[in-house]
Design a protein around this ligand. Structure first.
Ligand code: AHR
Length: 515
């Protein structure tokens, strides 16, 4: 009860002892040129830890309610946030995956070791049909990542044929024998994953040649048009981007991927997911905010070769990566998800909006039970993390027009200096303007005056907030609703100005309706 009252006071903007800082935001309502592709809100499920098995997939015979083997409550939760796409089967697993192991009667599929992730048995129960059926159930676009590292051109070409060819052919006939008459539609196709590392330890020059060869045989069958994604750089490896843009003809690729994880300390000692102090929090968010510079610099390289922005940037792995949860298999990458992760998600999504002229897709790593997961499961129970709630709050930006903004804010975080306020705005098909704001400050509220330039008269719409008493708060199986969304009414709209007070460490979205 006491906690609820404290939180209610925080959200209403009456935190005892807190300072109220000021910030300004100018939204250029009539200057929107680019669409925030809904695919920026994409997801990723790898055969890793309990992401698929014991996560999404429980099997058709499970007592846990399921639709074709996938937990019904997860399906409902994903539909609620309008999941736009799902990347599969990896990750590093993709470059070890041989798709033919995952088709045909499940009892006859080979059992093998998942050598990359935890050395556990992979029984191939979840394969091509199961994945594509799930995407159909969800109404989401599949994004398949093919095997370049340990596969062959023939294997990848046959996978495309198996899935998408309508006519008579050995692969299409095999698909029919396995129970699927009609081909599926698959647009997004990755040609390898992290080919600078687990995907074959290639040089950029070597991979560019391999990419050209592999993509040649990934055919468009019928009206299925592949959107081909080249395996891009590791974080700030601008050389890799340069070589791909230079050596691959633009007409041969639609997107280039980039991966960037927020690791608070080092790769060997990353830091706890849920026990951290204020400095470590600010360090984490400052590292997440590096995404802005990273995208700007990769875009600069891309612009030199492709000023028309024909080739798009696909941030198909991003999110926080902490030490494995105590007691869990370190190869499973299971971690808790706190209010810090909600702030990280809000800041990152605002950055993606800013760069939506170049970014077509992004995929948070990962969907269930792995890294910055949206969903955690334990036995028959499921919980939604603070990160899930930010995706829920931000879904109003899907396919909306990004509105340029100017932000006047101070720095916070001491040595790990970060902007106190991060923000973005968009206008949807009905003309409603949504403004999303993150107050990264752990102590202080911020009073924001937001000018909507060019909107004329405007009416207050709905608002939502996610905040917590402590930045280390998380949802657990004992307390699944500790960090959730609340209605946010603490704002006014008058004379083209929106005035609001952001609680400390919060993410807020408000709607303003034009007349
Ligand atoms: O998401 C976990 C792993 O991180 C992926 O398998 C790999 O692509 C990346 O290194």
């Amino acid at each position: 009860m006491k906690k609820t009252l404290i939180l209610a006071a925080l959200i209403a903007g009456f935190a005892v002892g807190a300072r109220a800082d000021q910030a300004t935001v100018t939204v250029k309502v009539n200057e929107g040129r680019y669409t925030i592709s809904r695919h920026i809100y994409g997801h990723f499920s790898e055969h890793l830890g309990r992401g698929i098995y014991d996560g999404l997939w429980v099997g058709e015979d499970s007592p846990i309610p399921n639709i074709k083997g996938v937990r019904t409550n997860i399906i409902d939760a994903l539909k609620h946030i309008n999941i736009p796409n799902l990347r599969w089967p990896g990750g590093c697993f993709a470059d070890e995956y041989h798709w033919m192991d995952g088709i045909g009667p499940r009892s006859e599929r080979p059992r093998m070791i998942n050598t990359h992730w935890g050395g556990v048995v992979e029984d191939n129960a979840f394969g091509t049909h199961e994945f594509l059926d799930l995407c159909e159930t969800l109404g989401t676009e599949p994004y398949i990542c093919g095997n370049v590292g340990s596969g062959t051109v023939e294997e990848m070409a046959k996978w495309v044929e198996y899935i998408t060819f309508d006519g008579e052919s050995p692969m299409a006939d095999l698909r029919r024998r396995n129970g699927r008459q009609e081909p599926w539609k698959v647009k997004y196709w990755g040609v390898g994953n992290e080919n600078w590392g687990c995907g074959g330890n290639m040089t950029a020059e070597y991979y560019a040649g391999e990419y050209r060869r592999y993509q040649t045989y990934c055919r468009n069958f019928g009206d299925n048009r592949l959107y081909k994604i080249a395996g891009g750089p590791n974080a700030a490896d601008y050389h890799w981007m340069e070589v791909l843009m230079r050596d691959i003809p633009l007409r041969q690729m639609d997107g280039v991927s980039v991966h960037y994880y927020t690791v608070p300390h080092t790769w060997s000692l990353k830091g706890s997911a849920y026990e951290f102090d204020d400095d470590e929090y600010y360090l984490t968010i400052s590292k997440a905010a590096f995404m802005d510079e990273l995208i700007a610099k990769h875009s600069e390289v891309m612009d030199r070769y492709d000023p028309q922005k024909r080739v798009q940037l696909i941030v198909d792995e991003w999110g926080s990566w902490y030490d494995p949860h105590p007691g869990s298999n370190p190869g499973f990458l299971y971690q808790m998800n706190t209010m810090r992760d909600a702030i990280l998600a809000g800041v990152t999504l605002n950055i993606f909006h800013k760069h939506c002229d170049r970014i077509h897709m992004a995929n948070i790593a990962q969907l269930v039970n792995v890294l910055q997961a949206l969903i955690l499961t334990e036995g028959d129970r499921m919980i939604l993390t603070p990160t899930y709630h930010v995706f829920d709050m931000y879904k109003v930006h899907h396919d909306a027009t990004m509105l340029p903004i100017e932000i006047g804010t101070v720095k916070t975080g001491g040595d790990n200096s970060i902007d106190q306020v991060s923000a973005s705005a968009s206008r949807d098909g009905e003309g409603t303007v949504h403004i999303s704001l993150v107050n990264t400050d752990l102590e202080n509220e911020v009073t924001v005056t937001c000018r909507l330039e060019g909107l004329g008269s405007a009416r207050k719409g709905k608002g939502q907030v996610i905040a917590a008493e402590n930045i280390t708060d998380y949802n657990s199986f004992d307390e699944p609703e500790k960090v959730v969304l609340y209605d946010f009414d603490n704002f006014e709209v008058r004379d083209g100005l929106v005035s609001l007070t952001l609680p400390a460490k919060s993410v807020v979205t408000v709607a303003v309706n034009g007349n």
